[in-house]
Write a protein that binds this ligand. Structure first.
Ligand SMILES: [Zn+2]
Ligand SMILES: [Zn+2]
Length: 463
């Protein structure tokens, strides 16, 4: 269902402010879904976010002002950034904004002034698509309804298109009631969540430095029915993502194999060794190798020793300590697999996020708000996340400065699991999320005095 890119050249953003909120949320979500953009390359997406927020009267910052260049992880190579920039322009990206966002600076932060500056509330939305191709099965709704990804290799298979729409919907709702907005609100639109690459660069740029209360949400984790809400996930897993290159020496496979040094075998040894790392008694741990390739680049030779191999892996843990243990052991395995086959190796960390828990006192406020939202009929105070999300980089930064953070689950039936080609969610979840976040923001100033102690921050509970 990919129309020609020219169809959308210079097309105006589908306005979040037009028509009933439910309908505009769906329209906006489907636009982002169709023009899916992977991490650090969300040039069209971020441009639309910026123009929409400006039109709604928010103060908007973006690009290098909200992304610390040196703290970015897993930025794609320059040729990929360049071709994706051209693709975004062909698909209607604003060229003036693209100049500021290109090269891996696709973050956006917006602020709306309320009657009091504190407690400052921030809400984070991730905006990136994932690697992967979307299903073109006739019964896959995005395909059947004409909004499946037009971009090969990029698919919103984690619901971040929905999160982005929720963020803009919240921006609309708060702007409509700005005269009675009790406190300042900041919206953070974060690139490159997949691979846990983007949040740390926004933290390093200072976007959460003065935040007192922090909220974020995810669709469909441990809540797979519309109307079910999880007020604050716990046990978000720490994770480290890494790329490994093995480099040996090629040689004739029969006459001189002893002169070769086999990178492919080193990778194979490493894969077996990585999965053989012992579990840790102090917490949940995981290891995965998602991709291995190797061989000689030219000729597809079966008759030469393969010098090179590439491996992409990750480890996770329910605490930073057990996740660090997994990464330390992974590094040993890789190093010694290389040594065993007498090849060189490089190991690059391309994503990293800490473990985190939602503050249950803040989750209790979310629960209170949820009780009044039409369409919510079940509220779980908490649930284990069973995955990683680099929202944790923001959560722990805010908790370390005495603030409070909660990551909220928005229930939805899923057509198939996150990160799969047939992923889709129930769009009724979008309106529920907007209403829940808006109501929680309304409650926080009054509730924070009673429920959220913040030592050393006089005035934080005004309002
Ligand atoms: Zn994901
Ligand atoms: Zn996600």
């Amino acid at each position: 269902m990919s129309g020609s890119p020219a169809d959308h050249r210079n097309a105006l953003p589908p306005a979040i402010a037009d028509g009933p909120l439910d309908e505009s949320l769906v329209r906006v979500r489907r636009d982002f879904h169709r023009f899916a953009e992977r991490g650090w390359m969300e040039v069209r997406t971020a441009g639309r976010i910026i123009r929409t927020l400006e039109a709604l009267g928010w103060d908007v910052e973006y690009g290098r002002a909200v992304i610390d260049a040196d703290a970015r992880m897993g930025v794609p190579p320059d040729d990929t950034l360049a071709s994706e920039l051209q693709r975004a322009l062909d698909q209607g990206a604003d060229p003036d904004l693209a100049a500021e966002l290109q090269g891996g600076f696709t973050g956006v932060v917006a602020t709306l002034r309320g009657r009091h500056p504190r407690p400052l509330i921030a809400v984070r939305f991730d905006i990136d698509a994932n690697n992967g191709d979307e299903s073109s099965a006739a019964d896959h709704r995005p395909f059947a309804d004409g909004f499946a990804s037009a971009n090969e290799g990029a698919h919103h298979n984690c619901g971040h298109d929905g999160h982005t729409a929720i963020g803009l919907g919240l921006a609309r709702v708060l702007a409509e009631r700005r005269d009675t907005l009790p406190v300042d609100v900041r919206l953070i639109f974060q690139p490159a969540e997949e691979g846990v690459r983007g949040a740390a660069a926004m933290v390093a740029a200072g976007v959460v430095k003065d935040v007192d209360v922090f909220l974020g949400c995810h669709i469909g984790f441990q809540a797979q029915r519309v109307g079910h809400v999880i007020a604050g996930y716990r046990n978000l897993l720490a994770s480290t993502k890494f790329d490994v290159e093995f480099t040996g020496r090629t040689a004739h496979a029969a006459m001189a194999p002893h002169e070769g040094r086999n990178g492919l075998l080193a990778a194979a040894t490493a894969v077996q060794g990585l999965y053989a790392i012992s579990r840790h008694g102090d917490g949940e741990t995981h290891v995965n190798v998602g991709y291995v390739t190797g061989g000689e680049p030219r000729g597809e030779a079966r008759n030469a020793i393969p010098a090179r191999a590439t491996l992409r892996g990750e480890v996770r843990g329910s605490t930073n300590a057990v996740a660090d243990y997994m990464f330390r052991r992974a590094r040993q395995v890789i190093e010694h697999a290389a040594g065993m086959h007498d090849v060189e190796f490089s190991l690059d960390v391309v994503g990293r996020s800490p473990a985190a828990n939602s503050d249950q006192a803040l989750a209790a406020i979310v629960s209170t708000a949820a009780a009044e939202i039409p369409g919510i009929d079940e509220v779980s105070q908490s649930a284990d996340f069973h995955a990683s999300d680099d929202v944790t980089a923001m959560m722990v930064a805010i908790q370390a400065q005495g603030g409070h953070a909660a990551y909220v689950g928005i229930g939805s039936r899923l057509d198939s699991g996150h990160h799969t080609p047939r992923f889709d969610f129930d769009e009724r979840a979008l309106r529920i999320a907007v209403d829940l976040l808006a109501s929680t923001i309304d409650l926080i100033p009054a509730e924070s005095a009673a429920r959220l102690a913040r030592p050393g921050a006089p005035g934080s509970a005004r309002g």
